[in-house]
Design a protein around this ligand. Structure first.
Ligand code: SAM
Ligand code: SF4
Length: 328
């Protein structure tokens, strides 16, 4: 699949549920209305859709959400997709999780063929973690992370950089991740969906964060690249990497290789744009995979050049949907 700007689309992110057991302040409002079940694709429907993408050249699938591991029986989807890993199919199956259910699922993930996971953990401070997630228990997440490590999964910790929440903690996080052999990826907060706070109060430029980190760590630009938006730096002292995802201070769209599928079968061609293709009617019309592939091809032909994220006071969110719809 090649889009109008010559970019190869080889990466599909799938939000398997819009639900979550946490309510991170930058991601969700406290009171969220979740989708009625009838609108959500069954796991079998999601598997069929993913299968069509794999046939069309998708090499990497990342399951996300909401929280992917709170969807009932999600492991059956993980196992089904795991069976598509191979020379003619997927190269990689991964997931992004908040870690609360990882202790339960780590070994099953490994058995299904998952080799690495991204776990979101914005702070190492239990009080701060509770404040950021509204009720999360840091110890539960860290137990999940350690279970994943023990099961042999490679781990990257994702942290959104938040003024007044974790801005003085990054040195500690680099040290902690380095000690456990985890990469760390810092993310700028993006204006997606209305939340209780004004995001401009929380926005922290990662250029500033990186400059501060350089006071204590030797960072050198890394050759490592995932084709994604992160710029990686090797940390000489720890032997691990730090990635910086900076959608607001630096645009990363030229190399974008991904599209995003929601749990209702809506395909978003860009995280920062509203345009989408509804694949659910095609899926539920009883048509064959040729029709499904034609609908996917038509959607890819509309992939926009880039996003229009701007973060300014009193400006409404750049896109109305929350990050939990498309999974980040
Ligand atoms: N629940 C899982 C988790 O937290 O990892 C997966 C879904 S979550 C939406 C995926 C990632 O998006 C998380 O790392 C989260 O911190 C990030 N995220 C959510 N809302 C965001 C926002 N408005 N700006 C930047 N990152 C955001
Ligand atoms: Fe849930 Fe992940 Fe959003 Fe936090 S960032 S509320 S864990 S979906």
């Amino acid at each position: 699949m090649i889009d109008p700007f010559g970019r190869h689309i080889s990466y599909l992110r799938v939000s398997v549920t819009d639900r979550c057991d946490l309510r991170c302040v930058y991601c969700m409002a406290e009171e969220m209305t979740f989708l009625p079940k009838a609108e959500v694709l069954t796991l079998e429907e999601l598997e069929r859709l993913c299968g069509a993408f794999i046939t069309m050249g998708v090499k990497k699938i990342r399951l996300t959400g909401g929280e992917p591991l709170v969807r009932r029986n999600v492991m059956s989807l993980v196992e089904a997709l795991g069976r598509r890993i191979g020379p003619a199919g997927l190269e990689e199956l991964t997931l992004t999780t908040n870690g609360t259910q990882l202790a339960k699922h780590a070994e099953g993930l490994v058995r299904a063929g998952v080799k690495r996971v991204n776990v979101s953990m914005d702070t190492l401070d239990p009080e701060g973690f509770r404040a950021a997630t509204r009720w999360g228990d840091l110890a539960q997440v860290q137990d999940g992370i350690m279970a994943a490590k023990a099961a042999g999964l490679r781990i990257k910790i994702n942290a959104v950089a938040l003024r007044g929440l974790n801005e003085h903690e990054f040195d500690r996080m680099v040290e902690w991740c380095g000690r456990h052999g985890f990469d760390l990826c810092l993310i700028e907060t993006m204006p997606m969906g209305e939340v209780a706070e004004d995001r401009t109060d929380r926005y922290l430029s990662l250029d500033v964060v990186r400059a501060r980190l350089r006071l204590n760590w030797s960072l050198s630009e890394s050759g490592y690249a995932t084709g994604g938006p992160a710029r990686y730096f090797d940390v000489a002292e720890t032997g691990t990497r730090i990635g910086f995802i900076t959608p607001l201070s630096h645009n990363f769209c030229e190399s974008c290789n991904r599209v995003r599928l929601t749990c209702t079968g809506t395909l978003y061609m860009c995280l920062g744009q509203e345009d989408a293709a509804d694949l659910r009617p095609v899926l539920r019309a009883g048509l064959d995979d040729v029709a499904l592939q034609a609908a996917i091809r038509e959607a890819i032909s509309r992939k926009p050049k880039g996003h229009d994220f701007v973060i300014e006071r009193a400006r409404p969110a750049a896109v109305a949907r929350h990050m939990s719809v498309t999974g980040g």
